[in-house]
Design a protein around this ligand. Structure first.
Ligand code: RIB
Length: 294
């Protein structure tokens, strides 16, 4: 395979402000100085997998605004293949992020160029997708593009991994290709229409049709579920500084290890360690570990 992991997804500039608490509607609060980081769930995954030593490609769009160079350079420095990073007239994706005292984050995404990643871009990236071990998706690009690329990946014999983030309805045909579907507890509750204990939700999600499911549980690790059952995977303890992008690092590590032949439980165990390492520094990509650090 040419690339172990190909990410079809978003690239954002993360504009981050630390706050003691978030404002109520109509209220103003003072925060820290503004920091600008490279981010976006797709780019984060690509950088995380490349930093772990993976051969990684990305199909994505960035704008021709002032953020474009920052975003492209971050991917390039990590060693991600940029042959299908498409420069697009107009703004890049931007994420407005507040980080609270416990390292928890709230995010608003303005899609910019990500919203212009079309199914025709997927057609032009046929060779990239066909040469992938695993193709990884999130939901910050148009749903029709995700569906077209997932179908292309399946037809080419690549493994499809979908992180349902931010949560949105997905057609049953797309769910059926996921191996695994990766969700946190909020996203699981969104798909199921109700919150329950994590194991019940994992079983409920499997019943919706994906080949396998991973439910991430933050500091508690994750659940890996497939036809053979549900397995709890622990996470090492970490003192969180900024949790932004930790889920992306988890999914990236999961994809890489699946591409290298790990079982779902083995891959999820490694991913939990990578996710824990990713909360120890500010910003998303800047805190992603190398294999030695894992
Ligand atoms: O998952 C974290 C990411 O979500 C941030 O980097 C931000 O860009 C948003 O896409």
């Amino acid at each position: 395979m040419q690339h172990e992991v190909v990410v079809v997804g978003s690239v954002n500039a993360d504009l981050v402000v630390g706050v003691q608490r978030r404002p109520e509607p109509g209220e103003t609060v003072l925060g820290s100085d503004l920091s600008t980081f490279p981010g976006g769930k797709g780019a984060n995954q690509a950088v995380a997998a490349a930093r772990l030593g993976g051969r990684v490609g990305i199909l994505a769009r960035i704008g021709d605004d002032g953020h474009g160079d920052l975003l492209k350079n971050a991917l390039s420095r990590a060693g991600v293949d940029l042959g299908h990073l498409i420069l697009t007239p107009g703004p890049s994706g931007v994420a407005l992020i507040t980080v609270g005292p416990d390292g928890d984050n709230s995010i608003i995404v303005s899609p910019g160029a990500n919203g212009r990643l079309e199914p025709t871009d997927v057609e032009r990236a046929g060779t990239l997708i066909a040469g992938a071990g695993v193709v990884s998706f999130q939901l910050e690009i148009p749903p029709a593009t995700v569906a077209a690329a997932a179908l292309a990946a399946e037809r080419a014999g690549a493994r499809v991994v979908l992180n349902l983030s931010p949560p949105a309805p997905v057609p049953g045909e797309l769910l059926a290709l996921c191996d695994p579907l990766v969700v946190n507890e909020h996203e699981a509750a969104f798909l199921l229409g109700d919150r329950d204990d994590p194991e019940t939700m994992a079983r409920g999600l499997l019943a919706l049709g994906p080949r396998s499911v991973v439910v991430t549980l933050g500091a508690e690790g994750a659940l890996a579920a497939d036809g053979s059952g549900v397995t709890a995977v622990p996470s090492p303890k970490a003192d969180p500084v900024d949790t932004t992008g930790a889920g992306d690092a988890f999914t990236a590590a999961l994809c890489l290890r699946l591409a290298r032949g790990d079982t779902l439980v083995e891959a999820a165990g490694y991913a939990a360690r990578v996710g824990a390492a990713a909360v120890r520094g500010q910003g998303a990509q800047s805190s992603y570990p190398t294999p030695d650090e894992v």
